[in-house]
Write a protein that binds this ligand. Sequence first.
Ligand SMILES: [Mn+2]
Length: 436
Amino acid sequence: MRLFPALALSATLALPAAVHAQAADPALPTLIEPGQTQAPSVYAARRAALMKAMGDGVAVIHAEGQDDSAGYRQSSDFLYLTGVEEKGAVLVLAPKERTYREFLYLPSRDPEAERVTGMRDPIDSALRAKYGFDKIYRSGGLLGGLIDMASRSPTLWQVTRPSAAAEPKDLELYGRVQRRVPGVAVKSLGWTLATMRARHDDAELAIMQRSIRITEEGFLAAWRAVRPGAAEGEVRAEAERVWRSRGSRRAAYDSIVGSGPNAAILHYARSERVMQDGELVLMDMGAEYAHYATDITRTVPVNGRFTAEQRMLYELVLKAQQAAFKLVKPGVTYEDLDAAARKVIDEAGYGDYFIHGLGHFVGLDVHDAGAYQKPLEAGMVVTIEPGIYIPGKSLGIRIEDEVLVTPTGARYLSTGLPRTADEIERWFAARGASGK
Ligand SMILES: [Mn+2]
């Protein structure tokens, strides 16, 4: 089995440190285990900035994460403000309080449940130091504490953007406070936290860059499995195997590997078809690393060479991506980028086949918080992912890269993979026909 030098090396050093960072990649911040979170001071500074935006009143942010096959994944607003991975936790911020202004409420311990899901910490000085909170309480006291604080500063802030899916937990709780303390107002902080989250600092960008490098290594391992007669699932499994071996806890979303007709299905998730000679295979996949998501798409020929028509369409999609990329700088809105890419595809006569938005913000979540109608700012990361999908031709093409907004313009973060048709064909020619 012929391995690329990169993989041969990392096979012997199967540690996150074996990731092949590029020379210009920023150094990772120290990550605190367990949970791959940063130092408590990082989260404290974010809470301080949020409290400054609030000015007065009280805000409650609930941990609203989900269980998945890798355990519990904390909700991103809560994680961003606390670094705390506990289920059922609640953050209370009250900038006008006299002495203590931030409080962490944790569910009571349950020894029987802990035999199943793992031991939890008692509330003591060690836990306060670990989380960086002076005041940690059990959840039973939450409503009483809020009643006192809202009586002193009678505004309750909605911090988390409401979702259409569920009744917001914060508003439900605020209603209970209002029924006990007349005259307390409920107000929205609007896009404040979403904008904070979208503007990534250097440490976050270093983690996101690492997540991208891990993802890219997975792509290249996956590409070694691409050949006529191989299953989509083999390609997917190769990528996910590499991510896991580099310290990724989970995929950032369900990997999409669709060949031939499946490439035209936007959220094809089954990865069970056998790839055929002459087809394209579309791979939309990304690792999650230290809670930060990656989202990259490549479309390559199963036999390593584009047909003339495939190449023409591929280059059109790439041209649309480049048209959007050229516009990226602070002050431009995401909607402007979408319009520029769409214009390229429309003018070529394929507008009806570009059937989704141009992309999205990326950060702690794959579809991250961010305002599409507000000007982009330095430190924001977006995907640019135009596509053309023609079911009648059993064909779908999407090219997706992550782009960082810099003070003067933009740069691609996902620089480790071939992107143009020529680069892709050269890579496959160098690999050889068998893939082994
Ligand atoms: Mn995407």
